[in-house]
Design a binder for this molecule. Structure first.
Ligand SMILES: NC(=O)c1ccc[n+]([C@@H]2O[C@H](COP(=O)([O-])OP(=O)(O)OC[C@H]3O[C@@H](n4cnc5c(N)ncnc54)[C@H](OP(=O)(O)O)[C@@H]3O)[C@@H](O)[C@H]2O)c1
Length: 306
């Protein structure tokens, strides 16, 4: 398994996401933990809101009966979203601390390795976030901190008060969701791809040594579905299949290799829990596509460069 760095810490390039484990049994989650560990995937991504807390609860129940397993895993969770009829984001100290305490209880652990702020609170007060992070770190409840879906400006705002380094920015990125690349490629053109939707976040993260964790690596849109095997992405699937044969792996493996070929040293957060798919994903992490293959895939996904 390819390894990357988050600051000075060596971590696997593939993370297992837990947004879709809510319907699994404790036994099934235990099997998944064992299988992923064999493949070198020991980094797990949660959020307080996944399955309304149920995903963390099932994972915690699985962990409780696996003596010594907690120490082998890196566990990350997120906070800051309050779902409801009118969804709110909340970065108040009270909400952040309460959310982490809930996650720790459900996960049956005394600490999170990483805590991410899930989506930027429109009413963000960086002083409140700083107080929450200080308290959580002092209590040993969270070791390291990061964000998700944050712009460079929002990270800079946090940095005016937060002492701990912002080590991670979790962002959506896949062959069929390439906004991080598209706008900079079309700079100063009248093509609509040039509309700045990403605020230069990819280059900002690289310059500031913030690790990008790419979520939904096999999806297009927000929750539309997968592009793998999807007839709307016919040309892309043809190229994926051809390269999967060449490298003796799966289409998931090549889609993973495409993300990890980018020199930003990113991580991929996968959501499939199908243990027939995960070995291919692990293989893909170790495949280095050629420059020509990388660009061919980008083009086959419907992108035409100026
Ligand atoms: N920070 C954020 O705002 C944010 C947002 C969304 C997600 N996340 C994190 O990212 C993780 C991954 O997100 P995701 O679940 O959207 O990622 P994903 O791995 O891109 O999508 C998983 C889905 O794609 C399907 N799939 C994968 N390969 C397939 C194939 N070859 N053929 C058909 N279907 C295929 C899976 O079905 P099978 O189960 O049948 O394989 C599953 O339904 C989440 O668990 C969560 O931890 C973070």
């Amino acid at each position: 398994m390819k390894q990357v760095k988050i600051k000075d810490k060596i971590v696997p390039a593939v993370i297992q996401g837990c947004m879709r484990i809510g319907e699994m049994s404790v036994r099934e989650v235990q099997e998944l933990i064992d299988k992923q560990l064999e493949l070198g995937i020991h980094f797990w991504d949660h959020a307080d809101i996944y399955g309304g807390g149920n995903c963390e609860r099932i994972f915690g129940d699985a962990l409780k009966d696996m003596p010594g397993m907690r120490e082998k895993l890196i566990i990350q969770s997120k906070c800051g979203i309050r779902p409801g009829e009118y969804t709110e984001y909340d970065f108040s100290k009270e909400h952040i601390v309460k959310s982490v305490e809930g996650s720790l209880k459900r996960l049956h652990t005394d600490h999170l390795d990483y805590l991410l702020l899930h989506r930027p609170d429109l009413l963000m007060e960086p002083e409140e976030v700083a107080e929450a992070f200080d308290w959580l770190q002092k209590q040993g409840k969270v070791l390291y901190f990061g964000v998700s879906n944050h712009t460079p400006g929002q990270i800079e705002l946090l940095k005016t008060c937060v002492k701990q380094p912002i080590e991670i920015n979790q962002l959506q990125f896949s062959l069929a969701h390439t906004l991080l690349l598209d706008a900079p490629a079309y700079l100063n053109t009248t093509d609509s791809h040039g509309i700045n939707r990403d605020a230069g976040v990819l280059d900002y993260c690289r310059c500031n040594k913030i690790t990008i964790q790419c979520y939904s690596p096999f999806q297009y849109g927000v929750f539309e579905g997968t592009f793998l095997g999807n007839p709307h992405y016919g040309q892309l699937n043809e190229v994926l299949k051809r390269l999967a044969e060449k490298y003796d792996t799966t289409v998931n493996g090549i889609a993973t290799a495409w993300i990890l070929r980018h020199p930003a040293d990113m991580q991929v957060v996968v959501g499939t829990t199908n243990i027939k798919r995960t070995p291919g994903i692990a293989e893909g992490a170790d495949i280095r596509l050629t420059r020509e293959e990388w660009y061919e895939l980008y083009g086959a996904a419907g992108n035409k460069l100026p």
